[in-house]
Design a protein around this ligand. Sequence first.
Ligand SMILES: [Cu+2]
Length: 133
Amino acid sequence: MRRLLGTLVCVGMVAGPSAANATTPMAGRRHPPAHLMIDAQEYSLWPSRARLPAGAVLVELWNRGQDPHSTQIRRLNRAGAMTGPVLGRLRVTLPGRVSSATWHLRTGRYELYSSLFGHIEPGMQAELTVTHR
Ligand SMILES: [Cu+2]
């Protein structure tokens, strides 16, 4: 048994450095994804941050309310109106559940909003700014 434990420890020590090598920066993937958490409740969205660096962002939606909610993102124009296509979405999420997705965003101003009918008007929206790295 003592011999087996010794072997396991050795394997662990060998696995450590090689696991670290697996995270060695690769071309084009030098930045870990940013992280954005969004709390949803009738009828507000609370993003964990108002600014993000451009690139990949791991988005998590936590529905703390009593109705289903979703989140989508579109660009804002200079007048502050949403413009262009939906650039990211989180599926309709039931109360108490968390949904996640990875989005890829360029620099600019964006609007996060619940896409369910009648949810945006009473306040399920929030502005997000994406900046250069
Ligand atoms: Cu909603």
